[in-house]
Design a protein around this ligand. Structure first.
Ligand code: NIG
Ligand code: FE
Length: 407
């Protein structure tokens, strides 16, 4: 025990990808970590452990030379919904576009009907099952959006389900996406719907259901002017904003979001020069979603090299949703971020740890450094570049969350 009476654990014989410092990967090939409670209290080369530190250790775990990375963070998901959209996938394979299906009343609207129909227990069971797959790959923090309810009661239902998922042993950040699509009862009255969804926000926040506010700014979603109204409502409640931006066309949503100091702008295939400059100036994270790019058979690549040159932090997420990205593998997204978007394996790993944390406004995780949460993954690989190299293989040995071995 140390002076505060709390037990310290030494995790040693580890190859650490700390993602901190100047070395590629923040690599410490003969590394060790000390945790106390939920925190990391020391990280370094095992040879640098001082006698005083060694004396404070209550228990030790030999990791047998395994690679250790920060816990994975999936910073963009729509994990809670009813129904399936597999039939739309078939329609798209026959030539229909995502936009055509949406305009014909399918798409998001069909998930809205199924989500409204589903009871809270059923929604929870479905989402919990999906979450198990993500947890099995080392996800320790996840963001979950609403946006398939589109009424105050159904949005609240989705967000309550998202909150309950935290009981499965990870941190859940909730994002209110009332501005996802126009519900049928507001057909032809988009401005009235935008007013309504803004009016629901104070109560949803009071119920403790909202950590951030998002919108779908797109030809088939909401205009920049409507998105601005949503952001004004968020700002009035001091809630941070994010945006589904430039996914199918360049609407200038990114510039608007950056004007509001957005945590992140997500998708970004059609992002132009002005948007890149705006991200650079506001320090907003660019969240790239290779699953949606792949599943929609998009051909326009996000401007990765320009983002890199501008020093914009790039995160990667699953965007798990029934319409455009039904994947439950964040590791597969690492591979796709490299093969499809030409990120380096190191950039991809930073994208699901360090930069994903920032996209959620979480400063206490994403790297292995003293003071951060003790959330980390222990992998059966020799080098962290293998996380992006394999696809369809899960080399996770254990997850540690808040200093506790979880699986
Ligand atoms: O992130 N772009 C809008 N929202 C989701 C798709 C939702 C759906 O089709 O159900 C996305 O790709
Ligand atoms: Fe999304």
């Amino acid at each position: 025990m140390n002076s505060s009476g709390s037990k310290r654990t030494l995790w040693h014989n580890a190859r650490l990808a700390t993602l901190a410092g100047d070395q590629p990967w923040g690599w410490l090939p003969q590394g060790a970590l000390i945790t106390e409670g939920e925190q990391i209290v020391w990280v370094g080369e095992a040879s640098q452990l001082s006698p005083e530190l060694s004396a404070s250790i209550a228990q030790q775990r030999d990791l047998g030379g395994a690679v250790v990375t920060p816990g994975l963070i999936d910073c963009h998901t729509h994990l809670v919904y009813g129904g399936s959209r597999a039939h739309e996938f078939e329609l798209r394979l026959q030539g229909a576009s995502y936009e055509e299906i949406a305009r014909a009343g399918g798409g998001i609207r069909s998930s809205v009907a199924a989500t409204r129909e589903a009871g809270e227990h059923e929604l929870y069971a479905l989402a919990a099952q999906r979450l198990q797959t993500l947890l099995a790959e080392g996800v320790t923090t996840i963001e979950v959006k609403s946006g398939y309810g589109l009424s105050q009661a159904a949005e609240a239902k989705m967000l309550r389900v998202a909150r309950r998922l935290a009981g499965l042993g990870l941190e859940v950040r909730t994002t209110y996406l009332g501005a996802h699509a126009l519900p049928p009862e507001y057909q032809g009255r988009p401005d009235a719907y935008v007013k309504a969804l803004c009016d629901w926000l104070p109560e949803l926040k009071r119920e403790g259901l909202v950590d951030a506010v998002d919108a779908f700014c797109e030809g088939i979603g909401f205009t920049p002017a409507q998105t601005r109204q949503v952001f004004e409502a968020a700002r009035a409640l001091e809630l941070p904003v994010k945006l589904h931006a430039e996914q199918l066309s360049d609407q200038g949503g990114t510039q608007l979001a950056c004007e509001f100091g957005a945590l992140s702008c997500d998708h970004l295939e059609y992002l132009g020069e002005a948007g890149i400059r705006a991200l650079q100036a506001s320090g907003t994270v660019a969240v790239l979603l290779p699953g949606a790019y792949y599943f929609l058979r998009e051909t326009k690549l996000p401007p990765v090299q320009a983002l890199r040159e501008a020093g914009v932090p790039i995160a990667i997420a699953t965007d798990h949703n029934p319409g455009t990205s039904p994947t439950l593998s964040l590791l597969l997204m690492l591979n796709m971020a490299c093969t499809l978007f030409r990120l380096t394996p190191e950039e991809a790993l930073r994208g699901v740890t360090q930069h994903a944390a920032r996209a959620l406004g979480l400063a206490d995780r994403g790297q292995l450094v003293a003071g951060q949460r003790a959330d980390f993954c222990i992998w059966d690989i020799a080098h962290p570049n293998e996380l992006a190299y394999y696809f369809g293989r899960n080399p996770l040995r254990h997850t540690v969350r808040g200093g506790q071995l979880r699986n």
